[in-house]
Design a protein around this ligand. Structure first.
Ligand code: ATP
Length: 549
């Protein structure tokens, strides 16, 4: 059933048809990699984020919340290193012109043959000619593949003529090939800033730039660029590329106003923006997305213990809403993968249809961020523990810069994970006894956009009125219920299966006489008749039960 190749197409189509996710600005042709969360998508996203907030903030005395500005003082990004270093190495394929991130590209091993894979035979012919012209070799054409290259060692690939054991020519090999075509003919890596820049203030920098260019016509290209850059920089602001920095910048305010004692955390969720050059896999990597991040401040020397603690907590959290908890794993970062400020890092990964990939990072960020912000702002960002002995002086009372453990999750990426997890196709029999496919989104009831649908069997005889009253009772109890009278009952059940509504309540001709309704369970399709007076309580019990399973 869970056909890896087709599943993404099916989910994307269902998400659009059923109002979960739309292409942004669709009527204008859409904006690449920007998505809108529709009537059901917004509910699912909020439910995921609310559950995160409940677990991370409400249920913990040691974590407090924050909702900071998206646009912060530019010095924040200077101190954090984002302005100088928040860039990914980018590479162009010299043949196909494909541009991609070097750190995300496939890495063939020594001895592997490299087949440049084109879209069709015509393209293979063109690329063969282009490679011949530029590198003076004729690769063998095999359908839409170009063959004859092999990795010789970590930094060389060889060209092998047909049936020859020895290479006739070698080329530099950066350790990776282009993701779409498998091409090893690549440019040098270039840096690219992932932060979106904008301008703040009443005066438009364009006027100053025009004057500068007019007055400095004698400057060469680099000098001119530097001059313009300086003017732009004076009024530049940035859309945050992560929510994390606000928690460091507001460390003292949060700690002091809430009298927090170490260890404690500050949590925040909200939008982040990255000028991603490779947007991929639908909403997995987009330029605008939502994060759920928490900075947990700990005593120096205890970071390993807390890192282990948070990896377990976060992994369990993701699993608790899943039909297939084994699809979530964690993976330690290799030394060369570690960010310069981290002394250890783990990725919580999910088994997406294209393989295991990141869902959340749990990093041990040392005292790097607080120290950097203290240095750049001139504000002491430290903590005084009266009960602890200072390890250096041996006296009671220890002032130190806390270490930080950061569980940083993607909310929109999490939404994709739960859509994939929930998507099921089942063979069931229709009214005539024929096999038919039932698509059902087995979303965890806590995440499902609607918890209950109330369906009058027919649109007359007072059934709609009874159904509407029942919907109101659910609303009063704080349960998102949906009144639905469109189409035949079977079609309505299917519609609610496809959006993941865990329970459908049907009001029929008998209801008036026996004051009972039929509850249909989404997953088992079993039906039970219950008293209408009890319906709200029964559903509340079922929803509560689903969270303690
Ligand atoms: P990746 O390696 O996938 O680019 P990252 O390591 O740069 O991610 P972090 O900076 O650790 O990501 O951000 C924390 C989380 O935010 C990620 O685990 C992911 O779930 C989410 N995230 C990061 N970038 C994006 C994006 N462009 N689109 C959607 N979610 C994102």
């Amino acid at each position: 059933m869970r056909d890896a190749h087709k599943i993404m197409e099916k989910i994307i189509s269902l998400a659009k048809q059923r109002g979960f996710i739309f292409q942004s600005s669709e009527i204008y042709g859409g904006l690449k990699s920007a998505y809108d969360y529709g009537p059901l998508g917004v509910e699912l996203k909020r439910n995921i984020m609310n559950e995160w907030w409940r677990t991370m903030v409400y249920e913990r005395e040691d974590v407090t919340g924050l909702d900071a500005s998206i646009i912060m003082h530019p010095k924040v990004w200077e101190a954090s290193g984002h302005l100088a270093g928040f860039s990914d190495p980018l590479v162009d394929c010299l043949i196909s012109k494909e541009r991609f991130r070097a750190d995300k590209a496939p890495t063939p091993n020594i001895g592997d043959e490299i087949h440049i894979t084109c879209n069709d035979k015509g393209q293979a012919k063109n690329y063969q000619l282009a490679i011949e012209k530029r590198f003076n070799i004729v690769l063998q054409r095999n359908g839409k593949n170009l063959e004859g290259l092999k990795v010789i060692d970590t930094n060389k690939i060889g060209f092998f003529e047909t049936d020859q054991e020895k290479e006739s020519k070698t080329f530099d090999f950066p350790g990776y090939v282009s993701p779409t075509f498998n091409s090893p003919f690549l440019s040098k890596e270039k840096q690219f800033n992932l932060m979106f820049r904008s301008q703040i203030g009443a005066v438009d920098a364009l006027g100053d730039i025009a004057n500068f260019v007019n007055d400095n016509k004698h400057l060469d290209k680099d000098e001119m660029k530097q001059g313009i850059e300086k003017i732009v920089k004076d009024s530049a602001v940035y859309l945050r590329p992560e929510t994390a920095q606000a928690m460091f910048v507001q460390f003292l305010n949060c700690q002091q106003t809430m009298s927090m004692k170490i260890p404690f955390g500050i949590a925040q969720m909200g939008k982040s923006f990255r000028n991603e050059i490779t947007t991929e896999h639908y909403i997995f990597r987009s330029c605008e997305f939502e994060q759920m991040e928490m900075e947990f401040f700990v005593e120096p020397g205890t970071q390993k213990k807390w890192l282990d603690y948070w990896i377990d907590k976060r992994l369990e959290w993701w699993k608790s809403f899943s039909n297939y908890p084994d699809n979530f794993i964690y993976r330690a970062h290799e030394k060369d993968e570690l960010a310069h400020y981290a002394d250890a890092c783990y990725d919580i990964e999910y088994k997406y249809p294209w393989g295991y990939d990141e869902l959340e990072g749990v990093a041990s960020r040392t005292d790097y961020d607080l120290k950097k912000h203290a240095e750049h702002s001139g504000t002491k960002l430290s903590y005084f523990d009266q009960q602890k002995e200072d390890p250096e002086t041996g006296k009671m009372g220890w002032r130190y810069t806390p270490y930080v453990i950061e569980p940083a999750a993607g909310a929109t990426r999490g939404l994709l994970v739960y859509l994939i997890d929930a998507y099921h196709e089942e063979t069931v029999q229709d009214a005539k006894g024929n096999d038919t496919t039932r698509v059902v989104m087995k979303l965890h009831p806590k995440l499902a956009p609607f918890k209950v649908a109330v369906l009058p069997l027919i649109k007359k005889d007072g059934l709609p009125e009874i159904a509407r009253d029942l919907v109101n009772s659910f609303m009063k109890a704080g349960i998102n219920a949906r009144y639905d009278e469109q189409h035949a009952i079977g079609k309505r059940y299917r519609r609610h299966d496809e959006v993941g509504t865990p329970y459908c309540l049907t009001i029929d001709g008998e209801t008036k006489a026996d004051n009972c309704v039929t509850i249909r369970d989404r997953d088992t399709m079993k039906q039970e008749r219950v008293s209408m007076n009890e319906a709200v309580k029964i559903i509340i019990d079922k929803l509560n039960q689903s969270t303690t399973d």
